[in-house]
Design a binder for this molecule. Structure first.
Ligand code: DAH
Length: 397
């Protein structure tokens, strides 16, 4: 670090600097007689010490303010080193020694003055250079690219689905991912030993002993049918996007976490035609007007009748044959792809939410979003949705 004290300290050389020469304590504050200097050779040695000190001080003058200290320490009229030498060494010298000291002092002065000026110039041009470098803009350089993120493909598909259902009067509700067995099963007409629970074996939470009731990660978004109907009176038209969990082993079409959108419409006089019309409208909006649709009888405890809803194969256009010959691998030659389950709400469900099953009717559906996204965007491995590899994500900006 800059040794300011050494430069500011009035008498040269000070004793406060570690770099001082051993014998140089305040020699310029004392007379030659005091120092025992009687020979011209001793004078030369003294001046050499001073000069060495000057050179090392000069290295410390790196900017304008340290240079000023440096200059004052050496050239200051009152107590600069040169003034001290004049006062203590020259003026008090014997006539014979005066000549020797005078010559050495002149030589030292010329050196000190020219070096101090040199230092000033160097510092000044250095400062200018730094300022110039700071102000120099190269407008031809490319800008700093800040990578922008985008919505995950699943998020984009949620948005597309929401937009379609918004346009026909549905609203969005969301619900808890940790559920009670009552909402996840019982109130959906799935009593404790019902066989469909086997398909929905799931993750139960490790609760402390004596917990009021078991809790589980919801296996589907259907519990929100119950929660919504408990809170609202008909007409109800909602969709429920969200994550669901099942104890599945991961492979190209299975994951222990995936996404669903539940739908529920309950009102007076909702018919099976309203149901099929709504679903068909959605599918044509989502996949394109060219797809054909069909309903097949199915079974869900909370809908009656229940259906599986299929679309004509998006990959082979419903022909069942692959472009290069042979059967289409996506629909296995059938020309149809199963999309999701749906149905008219089972009257038993209304009993759980205190709706009058004689007065209201409605339909419900539950679609797997990962599956819809895979079909729409030609993705053949569900795992890519969860790996978050940017090489995949960037394909869907
Ligand atoms: N919750 C069902 C499942 O996850 C899907 C489903 C089927 C939901 C039919 C519905 C429905 O609302 O009516 O497998």
């Amino acid at each position: 670090m800059f040794q300011r004290q050494a430069l500011c300290g009035a008498p040269y050389p000070g004793t406060n600097s570690a770099t001082n020469m051993a014998s140089s304590e305040n020699k310029t504050a004392r007379t030659l007689a005091d120092l025992g200097v009687t020979q011209p050779t001793q004078v030369s040695a003294l001046f050499l010490e001073v000069r060495t000190r000057f050179e090392s001080d000069s290295l410390l003058a790196r900017d304008e303010s340290s240079w000023k200290h440096f200059r004052d320490a050496w050239l200051g009229r009152k107590s600069g080193v040169l003034t001290q030498i004049t006062d203590h060494w020259l003026k008090t010298a014997t006539p014979e020694m005066k000549r020797v000291v005078g010559a050495a002092l002149n030589e030292l002065r010329a050196h000190v003055e020219s070096q101090i000026e040199e230092r000033r110039k160097a510092i000044e041009s250095g400062t200018q250079e730094t300022a110039a470098a700071r102000d120099r803009f190269d407008l031809s350089l490319p800008g700093v690219i800040r990578p922008l993120g985008s919505h995950h493909l699943i998020g984009q598909v949620f948005q597309q689905i929401e937009d379609i259902f918004f346009s026909i009067g549905f609203s969005v509700v969301e619900g808890p991912e940790i559920e009670t067995p009552y909402y996840n099963f019982e109130a959906l007409n799935i009593p404790e030993f019902h066989p469909v629970r086997d398909d929905m074996d799931t993750f139960y939470l490790d609760l402390p002993k004596g917990a009021a009731q078991p809790l589980l990660l919801r296996t589907h978004t259907s519990p929100m049918q119950i929660r919504t109907m408990e809170k609202r009176q008909p007409p109800v038209r909602v969709i429920v996007p969200g994550k669901v969990y099942r104890r599945d082993n991961p492979d190209a079409t299975h994951s222990f976490i995936f996404h669903q959108v539940e739908g529920l419409a309950v009102d007076q006089d909702i018919t099976f035609c309203d149901f099929t019309g709504t679903i068909e409208y959605f599918v044509k909006q989502f996949f394109g007007a060219g797809v054909k649709t069909r309903f097949r009888p199915s079974y869900f405890p909370f809908t009656e009748p229940s259906v599986e809803f299929d679309v004509s194969c998006i990959f082979c256009g419903g022909s069942g044959s692959a472009a290069g010959g042979g059967t289409c691998s996506k629909c296995k030659g059938s020309g149809w792809i199963e999309l999701f389950g749906a149905g008219m709400v089972d009257p038993a469900v209304y009993g759980f939410v205190k709706y009058d099953a004689k007065k209201v009717s409605g339909f419900a559906f539950g679609m797997g979003i990962d599956r819809l996204a895979m079909l729409k965007y030609g993705i053949d491995d569900i795992q890519v949705f969860f790996q978050n590899d940017v090489r995949f994500l960037r394909q869907f900006p």
